[in-house]
Design a protein around this ligand. Structure first.
Ligand SMILES: NC(=O)c1ccc[n+]([C@@H]2O[C@H](COP(=O)([O-])OP(=O)(O)OC[C@H]3O[C@@H](n4cnc5c(N)ncnc54)[C@H](OP(=O)(O)O)[C@@H]3O)[C@@H](O)[C@H]2O)c1
Length: 398
């Protein structure tokens, strides 16, 4: 029996992880569930899965949750409790959103356990710290992001890292592919939340609409498979292509020294990559997103419109600067996305806020957890200042 901690169990990744576990209850047991503040949702999950522990991020609803659950389920709060629950499991699927996912990432790797990582922000913001934790004996990071799960699978065909030449990360293009700058100035929150191929949580859906998600994934790919990683390749930012593929069938690719490109294909369904991270190096028995190859379909590929979607190049720039620059990018983006979701700024102001913060990056190296945490909070302050000082800040959006 494999004990699984589902971190962020009430979210899109978390609930889909529970769906996957449902398909093989003889193999997987939910040992812990963690949530931010949705105590009623996590209580319902706990009554169904009977984990050892439920962890909340804040104690606001601790008493209600304790009252709702039998005493055999420990209800705890905070980072230390989270780390304990993660360390006790064999595998953690980290589906917490944003920088808040960092403690679960570190706790899992430092305990020498398998991390199924959906929470890309922790790897992006704290690259050098996470890389050190990855070297803990027994620690293993299997990506859940569909693009990186696809590359992980493509690279399994190869034994010599030196033969990996380039990686191609595919992007659906989001809901605004092909729109002009004038059209993009007017997009609404509802339109940005209507992703054409994937149903996800609000933050990543907005990131997909700006292509920041793709930029974050480029940094994630360099951390996972490139020079700073445990894979011993030479891959860097110049070796990664972003390819718009609106059908979201080819989830990403790797090209090798002999000119061959190997890709992973399936219909879009996050349960596939979640199951891959749970079962690796085996495979799930249940099929997710299997393609019916008897039906003809067309797959298309095109370059991204980097002028209309400047977040992509901002992420490349932050990745090339290195140190805490990706942490600053990611933190500024979280602040800007929250402001957009609350209708305090327009969609096309998100990149301006991120750029304003990134241009003030202080050259921090991010070698320690303290410096990453400090970088994250400075960037959030700078982003709040950039929000307050924008020309339209007093004019509202109507
Ligand atoms: N959704 C996808 O298909 C997808 C695909 C690839 C990668 N990812 C990545 O996976 C991560 C999760 O995405 P999602 O779409 O599943 O997000 P989501 O639906 O918004 O769920 C986020 C989860 O994190 C919890 N959470 C929020 N703030 C927290 C905090 N401060 N401390 C602890 N837990 C907290 C939430 O709990 P509450 O319910 O209590 O707020 C919820 O369980 C993101 O990093 C995203 O980029 C997602």
């Amino acid at each position: 029996m494999i004990d699984v901690c589902v971190a962020g169990s009430t979210g899109s990744i978390g609930t889909q992880t529970l769906d996957v576990i449902d398909t093989d209850p003889d193999r997987y047991r939910v040992s812990s569930l963690t949530a931010g503040s949705s105590w009623e949702a996590v209580a319902a999950q706990a009554l169904k899965y009977r984990p050892d522990t439920v962890v909340l991020a804040s104690d606001a609803n601790l008493h209600q949750l304790r009252d709702a659950l039998p005493q055999s389920i420990a209800v705890v709060v905070g980072e230390a409790a989270l780390a304990e629950a993660v360390a006790a499991a064999d595998v953690t699927i980290n589906g917490i959103v944003g920088f808040a996912g960092l403690p679960a990432t570190l706790a899992c790797l430092e305990a020498g356990k398998r991390l199924g990582l959906a929470n890309k922000e922790s790897l992006i913001a704290a690259g050098p710290v996470v890389q050190r934790a990855r070297r803990t004996p027994g620690a293993e990071l299997v990506p859940v992001d569909s693009e990186h799960a696809a590359i992980h699978q493509s690279l399994r065909s190869n034994h010599d890292p030196v033969r990996i030449k380039r990686l191609q990360i595919t992007a659906s293009g989001g809901p605004f592919r092909g729109k002009s700058a004038d059209e993009l100035a007017e997009v609404t929150v509802a339109a940005a939340l209507a992703h054409p191929t994937w149903a996800m949580g609000p933050k990543i859906t907005i990131d997909s609409s700006t292509l920041m998600n793709k930029g974050l994934e480029v940094i994630e790919a360099v951390e996972l498979f490139g020079a700073p990683s445990t894979m011993d390749t030479e891959l860097g930012f110049d070796d990664i292509d972003v390819v718009v593929h609106p059908q979201s069938i080819v989830h990403s690719m790797a090209t090798f020294s002999d000119g061959s490109t190997i890709a992973q294909l399936s219909n879009p369904n996050m349960r596939g990559p979640i199951g891959y991270a749970l079962a690796y190096p085996d495979r799930l028995a249940a099929p997710y997103g299997e393609i019916d190859w008897s039906q003809a379909q067309t797959l298309t590929f095109e370059p991204p419109d980097r002028a209309a979607f400047p977040c992509l190049d901002l992420a490349f720039a932050a990745g090339r600067i290195g140190g805490t620059a990706p942490a600053w990018l990611s933190a500024a983006n979280e602040v800007a996305v929250d402001a957009f979701l609350e209708e305090r700024i327009r969609w096309n102001e998100i990149p301006s806020i991120v750029e304003a913060v990134l241009t003030t990056h202080d050259g921090g190296m991010g070698e320690t957890l303290e410096s990453v945490l400090e970088g994250d909070s400075i960037a959030r302050i700078r982003a709040a200042e950039a929000l307050a000082s924008r020309p339209s800040s007093t004019q509202g959006l109507t």
